[in-house]
Design a protein around this ligand. Structure first.
Ligand code: HEC
Length: 135
């Protein structure tokens, strides 16, 4: 008797676990990376960052996975940027340094070809969040 009573509850629990787990699993598509942890380490929103990357025109100089039309060859491809040890070969790759770079690349390396594109502080955070999904 008890068993029969408990079974539906167990099934309900299993279903609940699946409903909770499914969005997490489906967020792990290639190029999507771990948006939740990227958002956490940067204080930005990776989805918003992807849109901003388009509107600031980063893709005229960079190829960027997941960003339509971003196929530029002036700068390095940004696929895998989250796993790279250095940013532009000069700054250890960490969220604060990424924000520094995005704000004013020439303050970091006066000879770099990457211009200051005039990001607001919050836009830089969103963009950094998206970049950190690119593992
Ligand atoms: C006019 C071309 C140009 C534009 C526009 C541009 N970049 Fe760059 N970017 C470069 C170049 C060139 C480098 C390589 C810099 C170096 O190594 O000195 C670079 C380097 C980088 C790096 C470091 C890459 C690495 O492999 O370490 C990141 C991250 C980056 N850019 C992001 C962006 C983002 C995001 C935008 C838009 C907000 C943007 N860039 C706009 C030219 C550009």
């Amino acid at each position: 008797m008890r068993r029969a009573l408990f079974r539906p509850r167990a099934i309900r629990r299993l279903l609940t676990a699946l409903v909770v787990a499914l969005p997490v699993v489906s967020a792990c598509e290639p190029g999507d990376g771990d948006a939740a942890s990227a958002n956490q380490i940067t204080g930005g929103d990776a989805d918003r960052g992807r849109e901003l990357i388009r509107s600031y025109g980063c893709g005229t100089c960079h190829s960027i996975p997941g960003v339509t039309g971003a196929s530029g060859l002036v700068g390095p491809p940004l696929g895998g940027i989250a796993s790279r040890a250095y940013i532009a070969g000069v700054l250890p790759n960490a969220p604060d340094n990424m924000l520094r770079w995005l704000h004013d690349p020439r303050a970091v390396d006066s000879l770099t070809a990457m211009p200051n594109v005039g990001l607001t502080p919050s836009d830089a955070r969103h963009i950094a969040a998206y970049l950190y999904t690119l593992r």
